[in-house]
Ligand binder design. Sequence first.
Ligand SMILES: *[C@@H]1O[C@H](CO)[C@@H](O)[C@H](O)[C@H]1NC(C)=O
Ligand SMILES: *[C@@H]1O[C@H](CO)[C@@H](O)[C@H](O)[C@H]1NC(C)=O
Ligand SMILES: [Zn+2]
Length: 620
Amino acid sequence: MKLISLLWSVSLLAVALSRNIDIEDSELEAAEFVRELDHELNTIVNKDTEAGWAYASNITDANELLKNEASAETGKFIKEVSEKVNKYDWVNFKDQDLKRQMSKLAKQGYAALPEEKYKELLSLMSGMEASFAKVKVCDYKDRTKCDLSLEPEIEAVITTSRDPEELKYYWVEFYNAFKSVREPFERYIELNTEAAKLNNYTSGAEDWLSEYEDDTFEQQLENIFDEIRPLYEQLHGYVRWRLRKFYGNKVVSEKGPIPMHLLGNMWAQTWGEIASIISPFPEKPLIDVSDEMVRQGITPKKMFEMGDDFFTSLNLIKLPQTFWDKSILEKPTDGRDLICHASAWDFYKKDDVRIKQCTRVTQDQLFTVHHELGHIQYFLQYQNQPHVYRTGANPGFHEAVGDVLSLSVSTPRHLQKIGLLKDYKPDEEAKINQLFLKALDKIAFLPFAFTMDKYRWALFRGEVKKDRWNCAFWRLREEYSGIEPPVVRSEDDFDAPAKYHVSADVEYLRYLVSFIIQFQFYKSACIKANQYEAGNPELPLDNCDFYGNAEAGKAFEAMLKMGASKPWPDAMEVFTGERKMTGKAIAEYFAPLTQWLEVENKKNNVFIGWTKSDKCRGSK
Ligand SMILES: *[C@@H]1O[C@H](CO)[C@@H](O)[C@H](O)[C@H]1NC(C)=O
Ligand SMILES: *[C@@H]1O[C@H](CO)[C@@H](O)[C@H](O)[C@H]1NC(C)=O
Ligand SMILES: [Zn+2]
C-alpha cells in the first residue's frame, strides 16, 4: 500500500507539473502502477472471498455482517483504484494491453455509490439471498412437518412426483415465500440504477451487457433466438400433447401455455426430469444412469474424481490438493443453514479453488459436477494472468467450459466406456429418445434464460410500472416459453425472486450465451478428435466423446489460459477458428430431432404455438 501511494503521488506531480508530459512516460508509469497494484488486488479480493465463503457455507447474522464488511472494504479500495486510474489519459494510450487493463480497473460497479448507500445495497442483497436459502415449507402429506428445504426435499418431489395436486401445492408454497421480497427488491432496483448512472451507463442493463464488449450483442441474441424458435415450438407442442395424454384434458389444455408445475423443475427451466413420461419411444431405452450410479456405490467424492479424470485425460490441469481439503461436496448434516446452490470459487491465491455443492448421486448431478469443475479448470488455467484478466472471456464462456465436457460425458459412447451404461442398443429410435432428452434440457432452457434478464433489463430501464411487476414477469415467461403458473397470480405476489439468481443479483444472460456457444465448442472439439463429420452417419455429433483427446485439450487450454486478456471473439477463434456466436452448431446437433418432431406433430395434428394465458391478474 505504501509503495503504491508513493508512486501515485509522484505520478500526480508529474501530470500536474507538465501538461505536455510525454505520453510514453505516462504509459510507463501507468504500467508500473498496474503491476504494483496486482498483488494488493488479489489480497483484498481473497479476504472478501473468504468472508463470502464463510457466509455462504454457514448463514448466520455474524457471518453476514463480516461478509458485508469485507465487501464494503473491497468496494472502497476498488473505488480508490478507479479514481487513480482515471487520472491517467488511458483512453489515448498506445499500448493496447495496458489500455485494456486500465479500462477494467476503471470500473467501479456498485462501489460507485456513496458509502452509506453501498452498504445498504450489500445488506439488501445478502438479505434477499439469505431469505432464498432459508425458505422452508410444510410437507404435503404431513402438514405438521414444516422443515422442508428446496434442496433436497422440495426438489426431490418436483422432479419425481406425477401428482398434479402435490406438485401444485409445493409450487404455491415455495413461490408464496417471496411476496415479502418485493419491498427490498424495489430498493435494490433503485440503487442498482443509481450505481449504473454513476458508472456512466443508462441503466443496469447496459452495465451488464458491457461485459460482452459488443454494442450489437442484444440484437445478435434476438436473431439467434428467432432461428431457434421453430425448433422450440415443435418441442413445446409435442411436450404439451404428451402431457395432455398423460394427465388428461382437465389438467393440460390443447392450445394454451403449459402449466409449469408439470415440467419437473420449479422454474420449468429444464424439462429432462419428466422425460420418462413423454419420451418419443417409451419401449426404447432412455438413458438414466442414476440407479446404476447408486448401485455401484458411487459417492459425491467419486463423482468429482470422475470429472477430474476427464480433464486430465485431455492433458488439462489436475485438481490441486487444496481443492479436496477445502471444498464442501456434500450437504453438511449439522443443521446449519447454507446456500446449497452449487457454485465454484476462486480465492485468487495459487491453487486455492473450491466448490460448494450439496451433491446427490444422480446423473443430472454428475453433469453439474462437470459444470462446476469447468469453472475450476478456467480458474487454474488463467491464474498467472493479471488480476483483471482472471475471469472468463465473457461471462458465458465461464459457464460453457464444463458443459462442453458434460455433452461428451452424457453420450451413450462415454457412459458405456465408464461402465455406467449396460445393455444399450443404439438404433434410430433410441437415438431420437436421446436427442429428445437433451432438447428437454438444452432447448427448453433457452427462452427461460433469455426472460430472466429481459425481465430485469426492463425493470432496470424503468420500462415497467411497479404495480405491473409481477404480471410483467409472467407475460414474458408466457411469450417466450409458452408456460404459465399452476394458479392465478396477482400483484400481491412477487414471483421472479423465486429463482436464485434473481434473489442473489446474478446476471443470467451468461447461461443463454453458454448454451449457444457450448455447442460451437463441442462441435469443434469433436472435429479435432475425428469424432464428427457432417453428413457421415457413422460419426454423428450427438454421440461424439472426445475423452482422452489431447488435440481437443490443447485447443481448450489455449483459450482458457487467455482469461479475459483479449476480447471474446479472439478467445473463441483460438479454440474454434470462428469469431461469431451462432446457432448453427445447435441446429446441426438437433437436426434429426427437428425433422422427427415436425413429421410427428403434423401426423398427430398437434397445435403449434400457444394461446394467451389468464394466470396473472392485477389484483386478486
Ligand atoms: C458458523 O458460524 C458461527 C459464527 O457465526 C460459528 O460460531 C460456527 O462455529 C460456524 N459453524 C460452522 C459449522 O462452521
Ligand atoms: C463518468 O463520466 C464523467 C464525466 O465524463 C467522469 O468524470 C467520470 O469519471 C465517469 N465515471 C466513471 C466511473 O467512469
Ligand atoms: Zn456455473
